[in-house]
Design a protein around this ligand. Structure first.
Ligand code: C2O
Ligand code: CU
Length: 439
C-alpha cells in the first residue's frame, strides 16, 4: 500500500514539476526554443514559456494572490492573458486595452488574485495567431482550499500544429484560406506537446482529467471509448449537476473537468480517446490500465457549483446586445470578420450595466464557426435558435455554429473594459473583437 501511495504521489509530483505554490512569485519567460516532435529526426523551432512545450503548469490556491513576472525574451512584443480568471481588469493582459505591450527585454508583473478554483489557461494576446501557434500557452490550475482524494489529477492540453515535412512550423499566418474558413487548423494533433500519449492508471483508480483546448481554431469532440467520463466542471467552474460526457464541443478556449473511475476489472486494458468532430475520427491519446490488482475506488462528492447563476434570474432580463457575426470585405486582409458589420477597433458594443442580469444574442449569419469568448465574466447559455437550451453550467466561451443563434445570460460583476472576441485567432485578427465596458 505504501509503495503504491508513493508511486501515485510520484506521478502527481512529476506531472506538476514547474508549478508555483500559493502566494508564491514565479517568472514566466516567453522565448525561442526547440521542441522534439516524434514525426521528425531533429527538433522543431518553437516559441515557448520557460523552455517548455506546453508552458509550465501554474498552480495556486483559491483566495491567494499569485505574482507572475513575465520577462519577454522574444524578438517582438507580447502579453499574457489569463483565460477565464476573474481578475482586476488591469491584469487581464490585453495590449491596447488593459496594458501596454511588453517590449523585448522588458518585464511586466501580473498580480493574480485567485477567486475561483478550477481549470484555466494562459496565452499571449498580441499577434496571438502566430504566438499561440508557435507554442506559447500553458495551463493554470486554481486549487480549492480542501483537496479531494483523486488518485491522479491529469491535465491534457489539446493542441494542433501545422507542420511542414522539413520539420518546421508553417510560417504564413492568417492566410486567405485561414480567413475564408474556420481559421488555422493544423495537421498534427498533440496532447501536452506529444502525439497520442499513453497515460498509465491502475484498475479501480478514480482520476480527475482536465481537458483544455489550446488550439488556434480546431474544435474537439472528445470521445472515451469504454470509459464513463462524468463532466464535473466547465470552463473552470463546477457544474450544478454532473452529466456523462457524450457530446461536448470543446472549442478553442474551452475546458472541461472529468471524473473517471477505471473499472476494477480493466487490468491490462487500453482505452482509446478519440476526436469525433471531423468526419474521420482519429485517436488523440490512450489510457492504459496496469496489469495489477485493483485499488479500492475512493468515494467522495465532487465539488458543487458555488456562485451559481440560476437560469430563472434571466426570465425577465432584457436583451442588452445582439451581435451579428459575419464576414465583410475590408480590413487589413481584404476579408474581415465583423461584429455588427464593424471590424476591430471600430466595433463599439458599448456598456453593460454592472450587477444586472442581462442577455446577449450571438447571431451567426455566416456558415463558419465562432467560439465566442468574453473576458472577466462567466455566462450561461439560455437558448439556441430561439429554443430553450439552459445548460447546467456557466462558461466563458461558447461555440456558435453556422447560422446558429445563441442567447446567453450574464451578470457583469467586475468593472473595467473587457475584451470580447471569437477565439479562432484568424477571425479575431481579421476584426472579430470588441470591448465591453462594465460599469
Ligand atoms: Cu483565451 Cu481573449 O482569450
Ligand atoms: Cu470566428
Amino acid at each position: 500500500m505504501l509503495a503504491r501511495l508513493t508511486a501515485v504521489l510520484f506521478i502527481m509530483i512529476s506531472s506538476l514539476t514547474v508549478s508555483a505554490n500559493a502566494g508564491e512569485r514565479m517568472q514566466l519567460i516567453p522565448q525561442q526554443g526547440l521542441h522534439q516532435f516524434p514525426f521528425f529526426d531533429t527538433p522543431t523551432p518553437v516559441w515557448n514559456y520557460n523552455g517548455q512545450i506546453p508552458g509550465p503548469t501554474i498552480r495556486g490556491k483559491v483566495g491567494s494572490t499569485l505574482t507572475v513576472d513575465v520577462l519577454n525574451r522574444l524578438a517582438e512584443p507580447t502579453s499574457v492573458h489569463w483565460h477565464g480568471l476573474r481578475i482586476d481588469n488591469a491584469m487581464d493582459g490585453v495590449p491596447g486595452v488593459t496594458q501596454d505591450p511588453i517590449q523585448p527585454g522588458d518585464t511586466f508583473t501580473y498580480h493574480l488574485k485567485l477567486i475561483d478554483a478550477g481549470t484555466f489557461w494562459y496565452h499571449p494576446h498580441l499577434n496571438a495567431g502566430e504566438q499561440l501557434e508557435r507554442g506559447l500557452k500553458g495551463v493554470l490550475i486554481v486549487d480549492p482550499s480542501e483537496k479531494l482524494p483523486w488518485s491522479q489529477d491529469l491535465i491534457w492540453l489539446l493542441d494542433d500544429w501545422r507542420l511542414q515535412k522539413e520539420g518546421t512550423i508553417y510560417s504564413r499566418f492568417n492566410t486567405h484560406g485561414d480567413l475564408m474558413h474556420d481559421g488555422r487548423w493544423g495537421n498534427a494533433v498533440t496532447v501536452n506537446g506529444k502525439s497520442k500519449p499513453e497515460f498509465l492508471v491502475s484498475p479501480g483508480e478514480r482520476i480527475r482529467l482536465r481537458l483544455v483546448n489550446g488550439a488556434n481554431a480546431r474544435v474537439f469532440l472528445p470521445t472515451f471509448d469504454g470509459l464513463t467520463a462524468k463532466v464535473i466542471a466547465v470552463d473552470g467552474r463546477p457544474v450544478s449537476a454532473t452529466f456523462p460526457l457524450k457530446t461536448f464541443y470543446l472549442s478553442p478556449g474551452n475546458r472541461i473537468d472529468l471524473d473517471i473511475t477505471i473499472p476494477v476489472d480493466a487490468a491490462g486494458k487500453t482505452f482509446s480517446v478519440s476526436d469525433h468532430f471531423t468526419r474521420k475520427p482519429f485517436p488523440v491519446a490512450s489510457i492504459k490500465v496496469k496489469n495489477e490488482k485493483a485499488t479500492k475506488t475512493p468515494t467522495f462528492d465532487t465539488p458543487t457549483a458555488e456562485n451559481y447563476i440560476p437560469a430563472a434570474i434571466f426570465e425577465k432580463a432584457n436583451v442588452a446586445k445582439t451581435w451579428d457575426l459575419n464576414a465583410i470585405s475590408g480590413g487589413q486582409y481584404g476579408i474581415g470578420w465583423s461584429l455588427n458589420q464593424k471590424l476591430w477597433p471600430d466595433a463599439d458594443l458599448g456598456d453593460l450595466a454592472i450587477g444586472r442580469p442581462q442577455k446577449i444574442v450571438f447571431k451567426n449569419s455566416s456558415s463558419r464557426l465562432h467560439p465566442m469568448h468574453i473576458h472577466g465574466v462567466f455566462f450561461r447559455v439560455l437558448e439556441r435558435n430561439g429554443k430553450i437550451a439552459a445548460e447546467p453550467f456557466t462558461r466563458d466561451t461558447v461555440l456558435v455554429g453556422p447560422r446558429e443563434s445563441v442567447t446567453i445570460g450574464l451578470v457583469p460583476e467586475h468593472n473595467g473594459i473587457w475584451l470580447t472576441h471569437c477565439h479562432i485567432q484568424s477571425h479575431a485578427e481579421a476584426g472579430m473583437m470588441t470591448t465591453v465596458t462594465v460599469e
